[in-house]
Design a protein around this ligand. Structure first.
Ligand code: MTE
Ligand code: MO
Length: 331
């Protein structure tokens, strides 16, 4: 495989070249079960060439490679030109407490989560509430390649080529009214399916929230795929939030409900440890978490640490949202 500088790689090249050439517009549904390994694509090949990582995968993560492909998509706004994280790392070192705690548990337990059929309700302070079947919802959206940095508050980070669309596109359809100041997101709750939810580890369902102007920002993304294919369950299938300028816990996985609210919702981590986690959770190297300095981070697959950037490098795009706030206090 030819090694190119990251800047030379267009997002469209991320998808498997051979299949990409068929120029299929949206979803390419591949039938046969074994095909995933054969069509593993450029990302999986990169595994051999990238530095060894502490986040080595259980092989099951590769065996259950999602079959559905998203090909030849237009490029979304503000995509990163950095090299994407190794697919193996991004799908085997995860936080998804519904599938167990510990970084490898979500990949190992991924099969517990059944993602079809799936529907998402949009309700609260809006004129057009709705209950959307996921397939229908996707038909009404133009999917894009959206390559963003992801920064966990635990100080590991990644560069993920998401497949998704602007969250605002869906929210606008519901016609939020003038009382809608915040948006709340709820993840799936199903103790039968997800045994980890029988534990009182967290308050279920996992909950997150954004201010409405944050939610309408073009960078705020709903993702249905990554690396040119459907999301693996451990990464939040079938629908997850991606808010690249905030710590990873804001990017709630496996969403079943969205609600417009007058007051800020209390998110899961805030409810558990209010002195450790705030509502905003913007990436900020100047404000340390009680247990982790936020000044630097380590990319999955890298050995060296790098400096963390304000708003995870998206200050130019989003700092204006917080112009009148003291971010050392409102964190
Ligand atoms: N429903 C749900 N969403 C979640 C979590 C979770 O435990 N449950 N963990 C969060 C945290 S802490 C991070 S860092 C990111 C990790 O996303 P990734 O595993 O795709 O890298 O998902 C977030 N979304
Ligand atoms: Mo996280």
């Amino acid at each position: 495989m030819l090694i190119k500088k990251p800047d030379d790689i267009r997002p469209s090249e991320i998808t498997d070249e051979k299949v990409y050439k068929q120029r299929r517009r949206l979803l390419a549904v591949l039938g046969a079960g074994a095909v995933g390994l054969v069509l593993g694509g450029a990302y999986l090949e990169r595994r051999e060439t990238s530095a060894p990582s502490r986040a080595r995968a259980p092989e099951g993560a590769v065996r259950s490679l999602p079959q559905q492909r998203y090909l030849n998509l237009p490029q979304g706004p503000f995509v990163s030109s950095e090299s994407p994280t190794d697919y193996q790392d991004a799908t085997s070192y995860n936080n998804f407490y519904e599938l167990g705690s510990g970084k490898q548990k979500p990949a190992l337990n991924a099969h517990e989560l059944v993602t079809r059929p799936w529907s998402v309700s949009v309700a609260g302070e809006c004129d057009k509430p709705g209950n959307y079947d996921l397939e229908d919802l996707l038909r009404s959206q133009t999917l894009e390649d959206r390559i963003y940095r992801l920064r966990c508050v635990e100080t590991w980070s990644a560069v993920i080529p998401w497949v998704g669309f602007a969250l605002g596109n869906l929210l606008k359809r519901a016609e939020p009214n003038s009382q809608a100041k915040y948006v709340e997101f709820l993840a799936i709750r199903d103790e039968e399916m997800l045994p980890a939810q029988r534990s009182g580890l967290l308050e279920w369902p996992y909950r997150e929230g954004l201010r409405i102007d944050e939610a309408m920002h073009p960078l705020a993304t709903l993702a249905v795929g990554m690396y040119g294919r459907e999301l693996p369950n451990q990464n939040g299938a079938p629908l997850r939030l991606v808010v690249p300028w905030k710590y990873g816990f804001k990017s709630i996985k496996s969403i079943v409900a969205i609600r417009f609210l007058r007051a800020p919702p209390v998110n899961t981590w805030q409810a558990l440890q209010p002195d450790e986690y705030g509502f905003y959770a913007n990436v900020n190297p100047a404000v340390d978490h009680p247990r982790w300095s936020q000044a630097s981070e380590r990319r999955l697959g890298d050995w060296r640490r790098r400096e963390t950037e304000p708003f995870n490098g998206y200050a130019e795009q989003v700092a204006g949202l917080y112009r009148d706030m003291d971010l050392s206090r409102d964190y």
